[in-house]
Design a protein around this ligand. Sequence first.
Ligand code: PHE
Ligand code: FE
Length: 294
Amino acid sequence: MIPQRLEHQVTDKGFVPIYATGVVEQPWGDYGTTDHAVWSRLYARQREVLRGRACDQFLAAMAALRMDEARIPRFSDLNLHLERATGWRLVAVEGLLPEVDFFGHLAAREFPVTWWIRTPEQMDYLAEPDLFHDLFGHVPLLMDPVFADYMCAYGRGGLKAMGLGEDALAQLARLYWYTVEFGLIRGSEGLRIYGSGILSSAGESRYAVESDAPNRIGFDRDRIMRTRYRIDSYQRGYFVIDSFEQLFEATRPDFTPIYAKLANLPPWAAGEIAPGDDVITRGTGEGWSDTPDA
Ligand code: PHE
Ligand code: FE
């Protein structure tokens, strides 16, 4: 599907055509030397950090996608691999989308990727997702058939939750946070990363796998949907799946009655251990600030 071109916008990065639902054309020719250099440095750094820390599916997908290490990839090149593997395609966007558009894209197996990349001063942290987070962090796992189906089901579930109110949307957002963004997976070689927010951060990649500070708890859908999270620091707790199949199966049932049940229960704080938790590692809490959870 080619989105309908609506109008153009002049930004400080140049001239960008705007399509329906925030979709633009990736302005590849407008990336400068600095943009490509930032990509290249971040890519090389994560390639080293993620060896032995990212899950096998991610590392295999990186090899299969053959992203250009020297220059920012063209989404159209990656789409050839993605469409063949799982039917997903990338669409370029200016930034975070309204919920309905975000869910709608996922339901249509389109992943929105921010077209601009951070500046050299923002190598370690920026407040909103950029191309590196979206592309490097999220896109490789879309090559995995089970994970690809989970993302699409999540989009459809999001569209449904929009008709059920704010409580349902908040619970669903927590599930996304603790799986797609900050999920860990355990296999024969121990704990590995599959969450994009970790995969795109050198500091959190080490912290999530090796630090004594955070809790690591076995995946539990309803527990996660009741759990607040941190948006201004590394996570205080991670939830650990055994496989993408487990994640997909646990989220297959109709959430409507689950949302209603959980809405009557108080949420857990980000760093809390709850009764019944399958505690893999109990965190020391070192370095936790006293700012409130999101
Ligand atoms: N099964 C969920 C529902 O009925 C949808 C969903 C799928 C949510 C996958 C999250 C992840 O709402
Ligand atoms: Fe993200």
